[in-house]
Design a protein around this ligand. Structure first.
Ligand code: AMP
Ligand code: ZN
Length: 464
């Protein structure tokens, strides 16, 4: 697979640290509000990445955090905690809104067919891990205590800016939004690992630490959760482009200083979704959520289709007109697939050809619009039987996840045939040919017929 790597700034051949296994970390949502459809563009692209890796035969171990503490309104060290701001807005506790918006995010993911990662970790559940890593960073001389907070000393690294095009000068106060002069810092690029002193004294969640009662910085959360659940060598770290600096830059600084070696090989960043006002945000313009699209009559998967139509490394501008176009095309595509005959008539000759084409699209830095083109070309191919088209559509949909074949599977209940199969299976069991017995059971299961062995004999049940 070929992927663009923000670290090398090149499209590179992807080679996982351990053969056949991919360790993938995704920065999760800050659960102070609903996710907007811009956030979800990033999660859709990450989902396509995970599904593509599965398609190519990798086993993917994926971890995501839920940011429920430490993310300030500026991505740097100033501003109010976003969670606290959300809780005040809704007259609820931080934990209440964290649970509520985590659940809402999960539902959005379900609607958009975004796979929920195997391991999802709340930032507030890992305080001991942050304290341990911060302590080690202090012992190794990468961190210092000043003005009540613990800071990471960026001057101790050979190349703090290796992920980004930022220069040290950019950290001069006033050049970048959100960078405020902080006299406690040795270098203005340094960042907080642990806060005990915040300008906002009413921080709701605080924990004991060797440096006083306080709370972790946002960046240390992702470093620690990733290292704890995925180990010392990470294959792919994902997020939106706004995460490159300072968030991911700081994650690299902390993790590599702690581990003493390189940490994550590939950095996958998704460009922003804009609307006509500019970058989509929760605070300005119409707050566009999946629920809002549904209220306006859109199928969430039409939004997924809209996203797949453009490359993840290009900014995408959202308008309702372009979503209309996507929804119409998506409906037409589904109707076309629905009209295909279900007559079982599989022609194997061109299956490999189209699967190779589909893989080429994956290998081309996750070229989703090319994946769709392969699908359309295949559906137009007069040499293919309808059944072969259905077979390939189902296969490509493992990556596209557009529910292209979502009709109920027709279940043919031919009792005579099933009873014959049950007899054959009994015979096989009598002859101790358990492999054959299992094969008969599995074949029936594929047709949604489940065998149940009871004392009175084998019965069957149709799975809905
Ligand atoms: P947050 O909940 O703010 O921590 O963001 C969740 C994810 O959405 C992060 O990976 C961000 O980089 C990403 N993100 C934020 N804004 C946008 C946008 N307008 N378009 C695409 N992704 C975004
Ligand atoms: Zn993160």
């Amino acid at each position: 697979m070929k992927l663009y790597n923000t670290l090398s700034k090149k499209i590179e051949e992807f080679i996982s640290h351990e053969e056949g296994i991919v360790k993938m970390y995704t920065c999760g949502p800050t659960v102070y509000h609903f996710a907007h459809i811009g956030n979800l563009r990033t999660y859709i692209a990450e989902d396509v990445l995970e599904r593509s890796l599965h398609y190519l035969g990798y086993q993917v171990e994926r971890v995501m955090n839920i940011t429920d503490v430490g993310h300030l309104t500026s991505d740097s060290d100033s501003g109010e905690d976003k969670m606290l701001k959300g809780a005040k807005r809704e007259h609820k506790s931080v934990l209440e809104i964290a649970d509520m918006y985590t659940e809402a995010f999960k539902q959005d993911c379900e609607k958009l067919n975004i796979l929920w990662p195997d391991t999802v970790v709340k930032a507030t559940s890992q305080i001991d891990a942050y304290i341990q890593v911060i302590q080690t960073l202090l012992e190794k001389g990468y961190a210092y205590v000043s003005g009540g907070n613990v800071y990471f000393d960026t001057s101790k690294l050979k190349d703090y800016y290796k992920l980004t095009n930022h220069k040290e000068d950019d950290m001069v106060v006033g050049v970048r939004e959100g960078v405020e002069y902080d006299e406690a810092k040795r270098n203005q690029a340094d960042f907080a690992l642990w806060f005990t002193k915040s300008k906002f004294e009413d921080q709701e969640l605080k924990w004991d630490s060797p440096w006083g009662v306080g709370y972790p910085g946002w960046h240390i959360e992702c470093s620690c959760i990733s290292m704890k659940y995925l180990g010392e060598y990470l294959d792919i770290h994902c997020g939106g482009v706004d995460n490159i600096f300072p968030h991911h830059t700081n994650e690299i600084a902390q993790s590599e200083a702690y581990l003493g070696h390189d940490w994550c090989k590939y950095w996958f960043h998704v460009e922003h979704l804009n609307d006509i006002h500019g970058k989509m945000a929760k605070s300005s313009g119409e707050f566009k959520t999946v629920s809002l699209l549904e209220e306006k009559g859109y199928d969430p998967l039409a939004y997924r289709y809209f996203c797949l139509g453009s490359h993840y490394r290009k900014t995408l501008t959202f308008t309702y007109e372009s979503l209309d176009t996507a929804q119409n095309a998506y409906k037409k595509l589904k109707n076309k697939i629905k009209s295909l005959s279900r007559e079982p008539d599989l022609h194997e000759s061109k299956i490999d050809y189209y699967q190779e084409k589909f893989k080429e699209a994956i290998n081309d830095d996750l070229n989703t619009s090319m994946m769709l083109t392969v699908l359309y070309d295949m559906l137009k191919d007069k040499e293919l039987t309808d059944f072969t088209k259905l077979y390939l559509t189902e296969d490509f949909d493992k990556v596209l996840a557009l529910n292209l074949i979502d009709e109920e599977k027709e279940v043919n209940i031919d009792e005579e045939y099933i009873n014959k199969k049950i007899e054959e299976r009994n015979e096989a069991k009598k002859n101790k040919d358990f492999a054959l017995a299992d094969q008969i059971r599995d074949e029936l299961l594929k047709d949604n017929i489940k065998l149940i062995d009871t004392r009175e004999g084998t019965k069957f049940e149709v799975i809905e």
